[in-house]
Design a protein. Structure first.
Length: 263
């Protein structure tokens, strides 16, 4: 349930992250797939000759947007009696995985090797110390064609990767969906303000200010799918089914409306 609290306060010039002309306050755009759930506070101020009465409202909106970027990763681990042997084996296996991924139509620029390590391990076996070396290499892939996700996961597994994980979905730009979410939040703010004005017996006559970023934006992952991990099987496995779903993008706006007595 929305909570509205009214309190007397003098209108001031608030510090706003962004200001938009009053004409933008009346938003009549209907957004398919959007919903607003406002947690707003209304604050009518005491009207004087120098200070107009105002009504402060917080509006919230959200939209669900299909992602356009996917990330997957793969890794190999080789163990040998010498450092050189372990590194050579890991390099060869990593190159095979990279070649298999690129064969799916993934450009070389979309791949990187974020982690390469070689570790000395000492094992105690039958009262004897056994020294061995373990080499590890990981491969990260950023796909702008998310239709390739399933094929890339399968290719990396078949090429001998010890561990394959993903996909993790996201956006090529952090602004994707934000404008639509802000529109939904503005609609929600006006709806709440109209209801509050009717209850308090006042009329909205204009807009003093609009803040499109009163708090940091929240990006959820509802419907985006959950990352999954697979170990390389002994036999080639079919490409796994993948579904990108939709990612929730939300926005909150703070609007200060100018009000006057109804009548």
């Amino acid at each position: 349930m929305r909570d509205r609290s009214c309190r007397a306060a003098r209108s001031a010039h608030p510090t706003l992250a962004r200001r938009i002309a009053p004409a933008l306050a009346v938003v009549t755009l209907g957004l398919l797939g959007t919903s607003g759930a406002a947690h707003a506070a209304t604050t009518p101020t005491t009207s004087t000759s120098a200070t107009p009465a105002t009504l402060s409202v917080l509006g919230q909106g959200r939209v669900f947007v299909r992602p356009n970027v996917a990330r997957v990763s793969a890794s190999v681990r080789s163990v040998a009696r010498t450092e050189a042997a372990a590194s050579t084996s890991a390099d060869r296996r990593a190159r095979a995985v990279i070649a298999a991924i690129e064969a799916q139509g993934v450009p070389a620029s979309a791949l990187k090797t974020p982690a390469i390590s070689v570790n000395r391990e000492v094992l105690l076996r039958h009262h004897h110390r056994l020294v061995r070396w373990a080499a590890f290499e990981s491969i990260a892939v950023r796909l702008t064609d998310i239709k390739l996700v399933s094929a890339v996961l399968a290719a990396a597994t078949r090429a001998g990767a010890d561990h394959v994980s993903g996909p993790s979905y996201g956006f090529s730009s952090p602004d994707v969906g934000v404008q639509a979410a802000e529109h939904a939040a503005l609609v929600d703010a006006r709806t709440l303000a109209d209801a509050a004005a009717a209850t308090d017996g006042v009329t909205i006559v204009g807009v003093q200010s609009i803040d499109l970023n009163p708090e940091s934006g929240v990006f959820g992952t509802n419907g985006a799918g959950s990352p999954a991990s697979t170990a390389a099987p002994s036999k080639p496995a079919p490409a796994p089914p993948t579904r990108p779903g939709r990612i929730e993008v939300s926005a909150t706006v703070a609007v200060v409306y100018l009000i006057a007595p109804a009548g």
